[in-house]
Design a protein around this ligand. Structure first.
Ligand code: TNX
Length: 524
C-alpha cells in the first residue's frame, strides 16, 4: 500500500515537473459549466483549460477500500467502450505515465452523504473524491459524461480527448432513486434487465425494483414451492410463453446491479395480483372462484386467503428464499388493488406479512394502500394514486417513496400517437414527467418523510428491450434529475437542451428512445 501511495505522489509531482522537454499544448478555451450533464450537479466551477485524456493516462485508486479499485476498473471499461482507449488501473509498472485519474477515498467533512463526490479536473490530474465507493461510482458517471465522443487530433500528433477543467461538488437530493420494471405482465430476459440497469446507473439511479409476480405470471424460482414456476411462470399478457429467473439468474442480476452500486428490490405482489400463485397452489386462493391462467390486463380480481395459516407458512418460505439472495434492505410486498379482499382481511394480511418480512431481516415496502394497516415505522409506503394514504403513512412514522402515476408512470403514453402505453393516468409527455417538484408535490406530506422517487414501468403493452426503451426513454432520464439535483437546478427549458445532447450516448447504447417532438434532438 505504501509503495503505491509513494509511487502515486512521485507520479503526481512528476506530471507537473519531470517533462521539461515536452511542448506545452495549447488547448482551446473550455467551459465545464456548459457540458450537458444529467443529473445537473450542485455546484460547478469552470477554469477553462483542459485535461487531455489519451493513451498515456493511468487510473489509480485508493488502496484503503478494494471497492474503489472496482470503480476504477468500471471507469476503464466504460472509457474503452466509449472512445476505444484502454487505460491501466493501478499499474505500478506503467513507465509512460503522463496524466492521471485518481479515485480517492476521502473522509473530508464536505462529503456529507455516502454518495457525495467531488471532481477536480486539472490539466494533468483528475481527482474523484468520495467517502465511499458508491460516491466514487456516482462521481465517475459525471466523468464519463465529461469525456467527448470525438478526440481533438488536429492539435497534436496523437489523439487527445479534451475534458474541461474545473471543480464539481455534488450530492444527491434523495437517498432513494429508483426505477421499477414489471417482469410479470411480460417477461424480460436477464440481458434485457441488465441493459436497463446499465443505463439507469449512468444517470445515477441507485435502485432497481423488480415486480416479480402478478396475475399473469410468477417470475422467480422458489425451491420449496416448485409449481410457482412450473405452472405460474408459463403465462404472460397476450398469451406469450412467459418465463422466470432461476435463483442463480436472479443473483446474477443482483451482482450486476451491485457492481453499479444499485440495490435490487424484489416485489411479490399480494394479497391481490396473485392469480398465478394461486393457480400453482390453489389452497392460496381466497376469492372462492375457480382458477384459470390469466393473460388479460384487468386488475383487482384475485386474492390470497388471509385467514389460513398455511398461506402464511407458504409466504414465510417464499419471503425467506428471496430475502436470502437479496442483499438490499427491502422486500416489496405489493398490497395494491386488492379489490376482492375484505378490508379486515387486508389489514390482517399486511400486518402479518410485515412481520414475516422483518423475520427475514428486511424492511417492508408496500403500495400506498398499506397505510390502512397498523405498521412499523421501519416500513415504507410507495405513493402511486392516493395522496391521503401517503400522508397517513407519514403521520404513522413511515417513510414514503413518491411514484405519482400522473408524473412517473412511464408506462403511460406520451401523446395520442404513442405506439405503446396505457392512458388511465393521462398522457405523460416528456415535459410533464419532468416539470414537478417532488419535495412539494404532495401537499401536507413533510419533506423529512420522503426518501425518494421511483419511476415504475408496467409492462402490459411492452415485451422486449426496444419497447421498454421507447416508454422509459427519455422520461426516466428526467426523473433521474428530479431525484438527484436541487430543485433550483431543475428547469425544463434548460434541461431539454441538455437532454437533446444525450443522443450520442443513447445511440451508442442502441437505446430505442421516443424522439419526442418537444426536444430539438442533436443530429449525429
Ligand atoms: C396500476 S400501480 C397498477 C398495476 C398496473 C398499472 C398500469 C399499481 C400499484 N398497480 O397493476 O400494471 O396500474 O399502469
Amino acid at each position: 500500500m505504501i509503495t503505491r501511495t509513494l509511487l502515486l505522489f512521485s507520479a503526481i509531482i512528476c506530471v507537473g515537473a519531470c517533462q521539461p522537454e515536452k511542448k506545452e499544448i495549447l488547448f482551446p478555451k473550455t467551459d465545464l459549466a456548459s457540458v450537458p450533464l444529467i443529473p445537473k450537479p450542485i455546484k460547478t466551477v469552470a477554469t477553462h483549460s483542459a485535461f487531455g485524456l489519451d493513451s498515456n493516462t493511468v487510473i489509480y485508486t485508493s488502496t484503503q477500500d478494494p471497492a474503489f479499485e472496482k470503480v476504477g476498473q468500471f471507469l476503464s471499461e466504460k472509457i474503452k467502450g466509449k472512445i476505444g482507449l484502454d487505460l491501466a488501473v493501478n499499474d505500478n509498472n506503467s513507465g509512460k505515465l503522463e496524466r492521471l485519474i485518481y479515485i480517492n477515498q476521502s473522509d473530508s467533512a464536505d462529503l456529507e452523504t455516502p454518495e457525495s463526490y467531488q471532481l477536480y479536473v486539472q490539466k494533468d490530474t483528475i481527482f474523484v473524491n468520495a467517502k465511499t465507493a458508491a460516491g466514487a461510482f456516482r462521481g465517475i458517471q459525471t466523468l464519463r459524461q465529461l469525456i467527448p465522443e470525438k478526440s481533438n487530433d488536429t492539435l497534436t500528433d496523437h489523439p487527445l480527448w479534451l475534458i474541461p477543467t474545473g471543480k464539481i461538488v455534488d450530492a444527491p437530493k434523495f437517498e432513494y432513486r429508483g426505477a421499477m420494471l414489471d417482469v410479470a405482465r411480460h417477461f424480460f430476459t436477464v440481458d434485457e434487465v441488465k441493459k436497463y440497469i446499465d443505463i439507469l446507473a449512468y444517470y445515477k439511479y441507485n435502485t432497481i425494483h423488480l415486480h416479480l409476480s402478478d396475475d399473469q405470471g410468477w417470475r422467480i424460482e422458489i425451491k420449496s414451492w416448485p409449481k410457482l414456476t412450473e405452472v405460474g411462470a408459463k403465462t404472460e399478457v397476450g398469451g406469450g410463453e412467459g418465463g422466470f429467473y432461476t435463483q442463480e439468474q436472479y443473483k446474477d442480476i443482483v451482482q450486476y446491479a451491485e457492481d453499479r452500486h444499485m440495490t435490487v428490490i424484489p416485489e411479490i405482489d399480494m394479497p391481490g395480483h396473485s392469480n398465478a400463485a394461486s393457480l400453482s397452489y390453489p389452497f392460496l386462493n381466497g376469492n372462492g372462484k375457480s382458477l384459470k391462467p390469466y393473460t388479460g390486463t384487468r386488475v383487482g380480481f384475485s386474492t390470497f386467503d388471509a385467514q389460513k395459516d398455511t398461506v402464511y407458512s407458504f409466504l414465510d418460505d417464499v419471503i425467506g428464499e428471496i430475502a436470502a439472495i437479496t442483499p438490499g434492505p427491502y422486500f416489496h410486498a405489493g398490497g395494491d388493488e386488492s379489490h376482492v379482499t375484505k378490508k379486515n382481511d387486508y389489514i390482517l394480511f399486511v400486518e402479518k406479512v410485515e412481520k414475516l418480512v422483518q423475520k427475514h431481516g428486511k424492511k417492508m415496502i408496500g403500495w400506498n394502500e398499506i397505510a390502512q394497516a397498523n405498521l412499523d415505522p421501519s416500513s415504507v409506503a410507495q405513493l402511486w394514486n392516493e395522496s391521503h394514504s401517503a400522508i397517513k403513512a407519514a403521520e404513522n412514522g413511515l417513510k414514503v417513496i413518491l411514484s405519482p402515476s400522473e408524473r412517473t408512470y412511464v408506462d403511460m403514453k406520451y401523446d395520442s400517437i404513442s405506439e405503446y402505453g396505457l392512458t388511465w393516468a393521462g398522457l405523460i409527455p416528456v415535459d410533464v414527467a419532468y416539470n414537478w417538484n417532488p419535495e412539494t408535490y404532495v401537499e401536507g406530506l413533510p419533506r423529512e418523510s420522503i426518501i425518494g422517487i421511483e419511476a415504475p414501468l408496467w409492462s402490459e403493452t411492452i415485451s422486449n428491450s426496444a419497447e421498454l426503451e421507447y416508454l422509459a426513454f427519455p422520461r426516466v432520464i428526467g426523473i433521474a434529475e428530479l431525484g438527484w439535483s436541487p430543485a433550483e437546478h431543475c428547469n425544463w427549458e434548460e434541461y431539454k437542451q441538455r437532454l437533446a445532447q444525450q443522443v450520442p450516448y443513447l445511440n451508442q447504447m442502441e437505446v430505442n428512445y421516443y424522439p419526442s417532438p418537444l426536444i430539438d434532438w442533436k443530429k449525429e
